[in-house]
Design a protein around this ligand. Structure first.
Ligand code: NAD
Length: 268
């Protein structure tokens, strides 16, 4: 199994608040982009973070940059066996899991006519089925925490549809409702697990590169920013702060909600 750890907890000094101190967090898709920012934020705020990704080369560098006690594990979120291996490792090494951030995902463009069945299934496998597999597999460990939090990374595309994002809209909207169903199940079971979804609009990560194949990236960013009432696209940190709130005990009365991090995009 691929496993990495960093040299020192460099980010610790950035924030003295320890808002998730003594918690163990699993962040998927953490090699780059939002996942890397979320892993770094949780680590800076005192959590022991297990960062996972299918891209193990980039993950290795990211984990090294965050520093100990953050560790990295190779993980394909579409694989039941991978989920079980990752969770077994966390149980063996830490004996607990308090925070699960289902962040791994892909974005593809395609309208209902262009979309192929193969790509439709791939998008749903990575963006939706992985959330079902992961939440279901992690619940027994999360329940032992007494105060656990699941944060599922949906998108503003899970709330507002676009003509050219059929599969992505479908998968992200389903994550929204799945998150509410999990929240209600956990509330009824009184198992101490909360579950919420977050809905970023355009955020400056490598995911935007796929949109910039024929036009310069800056032009893409400017065009996206013009759609946002606050006049800019989001930063990974904008999203990481929101995840930190939902992951911490500060949000103890918040479950089944959709937190939009969209600069006002969906307000009108
Ligand atoms: P990104 O492409 O920079 O990072 C996604 C990460 O997921 C990558 O490290 C990739 O290797 C990993 N990944 C892909 N398939 C995987 C798999 N099968 N198993 C494990 N890891 C896998 O994208 P990002 O912008 O950081 O996006 C992160 C999440 O945020 C995604 O779910 C995305 O849909 C969502 N999101 C992003 C934006 C945005 O504008 N950046 C907006 C809304 C929602």
């Amino acid at each position: 199994m691929l496993r990495f750890s960093g040299p020192s907890r460099a980010s610790k000094k950035e924030n003295p608040l320890d808002r998730v101190k003594n918690k163990v967090a699993l962040v998927t898709g953490a090699a780059q982009g939002l996942g890397a920012a979320i892993a770094a934020k949780l680590a800076a705020e005192g959590a022991t973070v297990i960062a996972t990704d299918i891209n193990t080369d980039t993950l290795k560098a990211t984990v090294a940059a965050i520093g100990e006690p953050t560790t990295g594990l190779g993980h394909d979120v579409t694989s039941d066996a991978d989920w079980q291996r990752v969770l077994d490792t966390i149980d063996a090494q830490h004996g607990r899991l308090d925070i699960l951030v289902n962040n791994a995902g892909i974005a593809v463009m395609g309208n209902i006519v262009d979309e192929t069945p193969e790509r439709w299934r791939q998008v749903h496998a990575i963006d939706l089925d992985s959330v079902f597999i992961g939440c279901r597999a992690a619940l027994p460990l999360l329940e032992q925490s007494g105060a656990a939090s699941i944060v599922n990374v949906s998108s503003i595309s899970g709330v507002v549809a676009g003509h050219n994002t059929a599969a992505y809209n479908s998968a992200k909207a389903a994550v929204t409702h799945l998150s509410k169903s999990i929240a209600l199940h956990c509330a009824r079971a009184a198992n101490g697990v909360r579950c919420n979804s977050i809905h970023p609009a355009f955020v400056d990560t490598p995911i935007l590169d796929s949109l910039a194949s024929s036009v310069p990236r800056d032009a893409v960013v400017d065009k996206l920013a013009r759609q946002i009432p606050l006049g800019r696209i989001g930063s990974p940190d904008d999203v990481a702060w929101a995840v930190l709130y939902l992951a911490s005990d500060e949000s103890a009365f918040v479950t089944g909600t959709e937190l939009r991090i969209d600069g006002g995009l969906s307000a009108s």
